[in-house]
Each structure stands twice: as structure tokens, then as C-alpha cells.
Ligand binder design. Structure first.
Ligand code: FAD
Length: 537
């Protein structure tokens, strides 16, 4: 990247940056992307992990937004069926709740209509006893009925990585641990950036015709470095927290989207042996890089759970993991965090710097299309060499690992591969976990596990080593935290088993990356800090 001028340099390796890199590279642009930590290190590994239309935005009459993200749900699902999976949601209707029976019914109907939902996934309204059958643990005295509808569950960090890998397949250069520290200018126009390699500490200069600042919560930090500074609109960061409870302590039958006393709504979602619940929405003024869960966040969420599911009586000690993220929203005077629009906006500085903020994980593809359309329009008007650039290509583009025609095809793939791995004594259940992370790329991991058959006797360690090897060699994992947080989500969903396992994984990673003893210890120390921090309240 430092030797050849790029057509486009993207700053920020969250879902927004990854989507832009893929869109631009697949239209034929020469694209570079830099991420100061690991890919998806910011908000894009800390969301509610839903590809959803945002039912509650209907209450705020954000019809265009609900329509756009509603339509995008089906597109993102079609292009990445291994990690964007239909999830049945129950919306209980309760006395004093934010939506009555008629409003819920009409709201869900409009929601399905706007999103063009298939007939088999349309909402179904339930009476009180049907709702109790669907979810026996709901509080009965205030329950009036419910609505069942569909959203999609995802893994935000993996969706980011799959986009990044697809962008690279289309020729983009994407690097993690590379930070934009300053811009360079010619004739008052931004023509490149100084990039610090956060591993070696060296600086390089990357020249680019266009620069897009897709730095999420840091968008304003990067705008402030530009000659234009922060004009007119600015970001408004709000914090959202999720807490994780062992499934047996909150054994709900399906995801539930329920009312909280203050008029907000939160999700409880069963997944991988746990149930996670969130989110909060509070103004955030602290250090951008380190939003953590505090006792007030935990108290708020536990109170909400205990009110809606009174039999469970959860306490702080039942919380086994948490995560906290910052929404990079656009400030509007006089609006509270929950009232701020989730719409995305593009800011164009007189220096030529383009910034994009707001939006949702769900709408990333459309956000990318909008800003790359603008980049292409500018390039075409400035230089005839760009006149043959293609239009947006991502509508029907399968993401890396997502080459499946249907959800049944994903299931068949799992069944076939589960049969194959019994030859090397690996239990089939591992294959299901792998396919819901890596899709068809699971084949590369299984092939590696076969190769390791003689070398590693324990089947569990063998498949773990094969997965780790894949994440190092195909997904640029360079630290234990990259692997255990953003490639596999294990710090959030399997934290309980990790305390004893992570030193072994550090040794295994050291073997792959040639770390010496001191480096292994350093990596373990870095991960232990994050391991402790999620429960440090
Ligand atoms: P980020 O993911 O933060 O990416 C920006 C990246 O830029 C970071 O990785 C950062 O390290 C990097 N960066 C910063 N400065 C520099 C620099 N100088 N040089 C290089 N790199 C830099 N949306 C949904 O659709 N569904 C949900 O369920 C959902 N739930 C949410 C729940 C919570 C609690 C929150 C906070 C958000 C949720 N969202 C959800 C919104 C969604 O997560 C965000 O809109 C999205 O992840 C933002 O992605 P991004 O790429 O813009 O920002």
C-alpha cells in the first residue's frame, strides 16, 4: 500500500469499513484499509448481534429506516447463511407496556410488509395462553398476549471478518494493527495518510485519491485531525451493555423482546449454552476505547429480567460474562439516547475527506453502496481513466464462507462434514460450531485437522489447533485476544471454560507465530486483563 497510490484508503476496520472495502474493490478500485487494533475491535464486536429491522424505530415513525434495514436483513442472510440465521422472536404484550395488542399487531404487520417478509416468516399474534405456552417463564399477572415474528441472529465480528476476507479476495489490501495518525495534503486537498504500524512502531505514508473515515466512535477524532475540523454535525456516543447468564438459570424457549420499566425494550437471546440480555442506552463521556460494564448497568438489566421472568430471581453473581459497546450516533439537540436516529450520514470536508457515521450493522451493505457511489462519482468527474468502473456488485454477492443456496444446504453441509470427521475421532458437534463461524471455509480447518491426526493425539486439541491455525493463517489473528474475542466470541459465550484453557491456547498460538516464552507470557497477560475486565464491576 505504501508503494502504490490507492484509489481509496478506508480508515477503520469495523463492519462499515469492511463493507466499503468490499464494495469498492469489487467495482474495480484499488483499495487499502487500515485498522488500528484488530478488525471489528470497536463497536462491531459489541452489538446485540442481530440483523434486524429495528421494530422500535416504527414507534418513532422512522419508516424509511425500517424499510431499508428490513429489506437488508434478507439480503445479508442470503449472502451469508452460515452466520446470519433466522431467529424466532417473542414480543410479549403486557399491561402498561409500550405497545398494546392492536398496536403490536399492526406494528408487526407493517414491519413484515416494509421488509417484504416471506409468508412462512410473517408475524403471528398469540392470545395469553398461547403466549404462556410459547414462554412459560413470562410474568403472568400483567401478560395480555404476544406476537411471534422473525429476525436474524448473527456474529457481528465474524460478519466483519467475512466481509474483510471477501474484500481481500477482490484485491483489497486490508491490515489490522495499522493506525492513521495524520493526513498529508497537497493544494489544501487530502492526498494520503501517515499510518503507524502498531506492532513494529514504524510509520509509513499511504497516498490515495480518496480517503474515507469509517472509524465508528472515533469518526470525530479523525475529523478533528483534518484541516476542516468538525463542522456542523457531530457524533453523540451512547453506551450499550449486554450481560451473559448460564442458560440453565434463564432457560427461555426462544428470543424475547420485552418492555423495561423506563419505557425502553431489551432482548433476551438464548445461544451456545447461555442466554444474553441487553441492551442499555446511556450517554457516554469516558475513554472511547474502553467502555466497560458497571454495576449500574448490571442492576438495570437484572431488574428488567427479574420483573419479566419473576421465577428466576437472578443476582449479580449469576452473570458469567458481559460486553459493552458505543453507538456512533449523530447528535440531535434535545434528544435522549434512545430517541436519537440510527440513520447514517456522510460528511464531506472541503479537504476532500469523506466521513461516514451512524447507521446499523444490519444496513452496512447499503451504507457502503452509498458512500462508494459518491467516491466513484467524484473519481469519474476528476479523471477519465475511471469511466468504466462497475456499479455496486454486492447485492447478490456471497460472502466468504457463505456459498449456500438455502438454510437446508447449510444443514446438509454440517451433516456431511460431521460424518467425515468421525474418521479422526472428532465429535460432530464441533463441526456445527465451526460451520456457524466459517461456513464452507470449515473444509480448510477439517483438512488441517486430518493433517494433524498423527501429531496431536487428543481429538479436541487437534480440532482446536486446526481452527487456531486457520485464524492465524487466513484471518490475520496475531494475538490471543483476536482469536478468543473477535474470531470465536469465546470470551463472551464460553468464558467459564476459558480460565483453564487459555494458557494452552497461548502455547499453541506461540508455536504458530514463533513466540518465545516472554511473548507467550505477555499475550497471556494481555488476554487475562480482558478476561477479568468483563466481570470487573
Ligand atoms: P466500529 O465497529 O467501531 O469500527 C470502527 C473501527 O475504526 C474500530 O475498529 C477502530 O479501532 C477503528 N479506528 C478508529 N480510529 C482509527 C485510526 N485512527 N486508524 C485506524 N483505525 C481506526 N446494529 C444492528 O444492526 N444490530 C444490532 O443488534 C445492534 N446492536 C447494537 C448494540 C449495541 C450495544 C451497540 C453499541 C450497537 C449496536 N448496533 C446494532 C449498531 C452497530 O453495532 C454499529 O452501527 C456498527 O457496529 C458500527 O460499525 P462501524 O464500523 O461504523 O464502527
Amino acid at each position: 500500500m505504501a508503494t502504490v497510490e490507492q484509489d481509496l484508503l478506508v480508515v477503520g476496520g469495523g463492519i462499515t469499513g469492511a463493507g466499503i472495502a468490499l464494495d469498492a474493490a469489487s467495482r474495480g478500485l484499488k483499495v487499502g484499509l487500515v485498522e488500528k487494533h484488530d478488525f471489528a475491535w470497536g463497536t462491531s464486536s459489541r452489538s446485540t448481534k442481530l440483523i434486524h429491522g429495528g421494530l422500535r424505530y416504527l414507534k418513532q415513525f422512522e419508516i424509511a429506516l425500517v424499510r431499508e434495514v428490513g429489506m437488508e436483513r434478507a439480503i445479508v442472510h442470503r449472502n451469508a447463511r452460515h452466520i446470519v440465521i433466522p431467529e424466532k422472536m417473542l414480543l410479549p404484550i403486557v399491561e402498561g407496556g409500550s405497545l398494546g395488542r392492536t398496536m403490536s399487531s399492526v406494528g408487526l404487520w407493517v414491519y413484515d410488509l416494509l421488509a417484504g417478509v416471506n409468508s412462512d416468516e410473517r408475524r403471528r399474534m398469540l392470545n395469553k395462553s398461547e403466549t404462556m405456552d410459547a414462554e412459560p417463564m413470562l410474568r403472568k399477572d400483567i401478560l395480555k398476549g404476544g406476537g411471534l415474528y422473525y429476525e436474524y441472529r448473527t456474529d457481528d465480528a465474524r460478519l466483519t471478518i467475512e466481509n474483510m476476507k471477501s474484500a481481500i479476495q477482490h484485491g483489497a489490501n486490508c491490515v489490522n494493527y495499522a493506525e492513521a495518525v495524520d493526513y498529508i495534503y497537497e493544494n489544501k486537498k487530502v492526498v494520503g495518510a501517515i499510518i503507524k504500524d502498531n506492532i513494529s512502531g514504524k510509520n509509513v505514508t499511504i497516498r490515495a485519491k480518496k480517503i474515507v473515515n469509517a472509524a465508528g466512535p472515533w469518526v470525530d477524532t479523525l475529523r478533528a485531525k483534518d484541516t476542516d475540523g468538525i463542522q456542523r454535525k457531530r457524533l453523540h456516543l451512547t453506551k450499550g451493555v449486554h450481560i451473559v447468564i448460564p442458560y440453565e438459570k434463564l432457560p427461555i424457549q426462544q428470543a424475547v423482546y420485552f418492555d423495561v420499566e423506563d419505557g425502553r425494550m431489551i432482548f433476551a437471546i438464548p445461544r451456545e449454552g447461555v442466554t444474553y440480555v441487553g441492551t442499555t442506552d446511556t450517554d457516554y463521556k469516558g475513554e472511547i476505547g474502553e467502555p466497560y460494564t458497571n454495576q449500574a448497568d448490571v442492576d438495570y438489566t437484572l431488574a428488567a429480567i427479574n420483573k419479566m421472568f419473576p421465577e428466576v430471581s437472578l443476582e449479580t453473581r449469576d452473570v458469567v460474562s458481559t460486553w459493552a459497546g458505543l453507538r456512533p450516533l449523530i447528535h440531535e439537540d434535545g434528544k435522549s439516547p434512545s430517541e436519537l436516529s440510527r440513520k447514517d450520514e456522510i460528511f464531506e470536508a472541503s479537504s476532500g475527506l469523506l466521513s461516514i457515521a451512524g447507521g446499523k450493522l444490519t444496513g452496512y451493505r447499503k451504507m457502503a453502496e452509498r458512500i462508494v457511489d459518491l467516491v466513484v462519482k467524484q473519481l469519474k468527474s476528476e479523471d477519465d481513466a475511471y469511466r468504466n468502473l462497475k456499479d455496486c456488485q454486492t447485492l447478490n454477492m456471497r460472502l466468504s464462507g457463505g456459498d449456500f443456496e438455502s438454510q437446508e444446504a447449510v444443514e446438509q453441509f454440517i451433516i456431511r462434514r460431521s460424518g467425515e470427521v468421525t474418521q479422526i475421532k472428532v465429535p460432530g458437534i464441533y463441526v456445527r460450531h465451526l460451520v456457524h463461524k466459517y461456513g464452507t471455509n470449515t473444509d480448510v480447518i477439517i483438512e488441517k485437522a486430518f493433517e494433524l491426526y498423527q501429531k496431536i493425539q487428543d481429538p479436541e486439541l487437534r480440532i482446536q489447533m486446526a481452527e487456531l491455525w486457520y485464524c492465524v493463517h487466513h484471518e490475520m489473528s496475531v494475538s490471543l485476544s483476536d482469536y478468543l474475542i473477535r474470531r470465536t466470541g469465546r470470551l463472551y459465550f464460553q468464558r467459564q471454560g476459558l480460565g483453564n484453557l487459555y494458557p494452552t491456547l497461548a502455547e499453541m498460538m506461540g508455536e504458530l507465530l514463533g513466540w518465545n516464552e516472554a511473548q507467550i507470557l505477555r499475550e497471556m497477560g494481555k488476554f487475562k486483563k480482558e478476561y477479568d475486565a468483563v466481570l470487573n464491576f
